[in-house]
Ligand binder design. Structure first.
Ligand SMILES: Cc1ncc(COP(=O)(O)O)c(C=O)c1O
Length: 383
């Protein structure tokens, strides 16, 4: 087979930079633990915040699916829109009190929503640290794209003032809990600015769904702004322990996306099984108050022990700087029985390589004690 020397060279360059990525074989999952290379490690790198991936009972879900097909067999607009879609979308509509539309995944949802709503005559404003799927969606749309410094809403307003009037539609995009920094957006200025400058607000609640809000609906629920967010994105592969994503929006926007979002239209529908898991998780979600409270306690306590600024999201970033340092800390923690791979550019900006410690309600505070001691030791040695 033909080789591609320039690709081999690029891979060699990644290896030299310490940025070569490799898949790790996760042999087994058991509560908050994973087995890697035959060793049991506390998994600090999942988004399974409520511990649902190993809590929802497969046998029960399978029993409900007795006569369901294994796959949807077609796109939703053809014959793939099976019974389970209606079940889950109705459940979402009842929870959020607005229509919902399921997408194949969070990545494809952002891609499809942004590129359907915005085109060359439009403008997008997004926080500097938003997820790759948002950046890719903005690029694909062909709209003008401005990024404001992280959480700086004065800078956002300056951009809106300067550029908004030259475009037809405007879309402001933020995550509610930031995936790599674990901090929260301020919804008050976002909602106020989107009103004042006649923009739509797309809020990606991927890391807040399940974690915040009385019924686990996210930060918009927690801050009583559910009805103000034009497009609320939730992912089912994180706290819900399933796969897929949804957007909660108006009926007009839902219809528009069904007609225009290419990542919704041109792909096979999710299998019934996946939606049955999502339904199970969503049914359970409002009740999981104890898990949400425990998660907050774990987060506050870990942050305090590591000397980080106080917050209560389940994502605790330990920024060490260079890629080598992040890799070295990850190796030391692995030696102690923790699975926390180093997060390096391009996932995070250069010079901010880190360990992204993500907590789950299946963990206990004692499990984290050796971790705290080792990180403190590492930071002291490298300060
Ligand atoms: C903020 C954010 N949005 C979207 C996604 C993509 O979601 P999915 O994994 O369902 O494709 C992620 C996943 O990491 C994310 O962190």
């Amino acid at each position: 087979m033909k080789d591609w020397p320039e690709l081999t060279q690029e891979l060699a360059q990644l290896k030299r930079q310490g940025r070569f990525r490799q898949l790790k074989n996760i042999e087994k999952k058991e509560g908050p633990y994973v087995y890697v290379g035959g060793r049991r490690l506390l998994n600090l790198s999942s988004n399974d915040y409520l511990g649902l991936t190993t809590r929802l009972r497969l046998e029960e879900i399978l029993a409900e699916l007795a006569s369901a097909p294994t796959g949807a067999g077609a796109a939703r607009l053809l014959s793939g829109n099976h019974f389970w879609y209606e079940q889950v979308e109705e459940l979402l509509a009842a929870l959020f009190k607005r229509p919902a539309l399921i997408f194949p995944s969070g990545y494809t949802a952002n891609l499809g929503i942004i590129s359907a709503l915005c085109g060359r005559k439009d403008v997008i404003f997004a926080d500097k640290l938003v997820h790759a799927s948002i950046i890719d969606g903005a690029r694909l749309s062909g709209a003008a794209f401005f990024r404001y410094p992280h959480l700086n809403y004065e800078a956002l307003e300056e951009l809106l003032k300067k550029h908004r009037f030259r475009y037809r539609r405007a879309l402001i995009i933020s995550e509610s809990v930031f995936s790599m920094d674990g901090d929260k957006a301020q919804l008050a200025p976002l909602c106020e600015l989107k009103e004042r400058y006649e923009a739509f607000l797309l809020l990606d609640e991927a890391h807040a769904l399940g974690v915040f809000g009385e019924r686990g609906l996210g930060l918009s629920e927690e801050e009583e702004r559910l009805s103000e967010v034009d497009l609320l994105l939730g992912t089912c592969g994180k706290a819900l322990g399933s796969y897929g994503a949804f957007v909660v929006t108006s009926q007009t926007l839902k219809d528009y996306l069904i007609n225009k979002a290419r990542s919704f239209i041109f792909t096979t529908a999710l299998p019934p099984f996946v939606l049955a898991v999502t339904k199970r998780a969503l049914t359970l979600l409002p009740e999981l108050k104890w898990e949400r409270e425990k998660l907050r306690r774990l987060s506050r306590s870990l942050r305090a022990k590591l000397g980080l600024s106080p917050d209560d999201t389940p994502i605790v970033p330990v920024v060490v700087g260079s890629d080598e340092q992040a890799l070295s800390l990850a190796r030391r923690l692995e030696g102690l029985g923790y699975f926390a791979p180093a997060i390096r550019p391009p996932t995070v900006p250069p010079g901010t390589a880190r360990l992204r410690i993500s907590l789950t309600a299946a963990m206990e505070e004692e499990m984290l004690a050796p971790l705290v001691a080792e990180i403190r030791r590492f930071l002291a040695e490298n300060s």
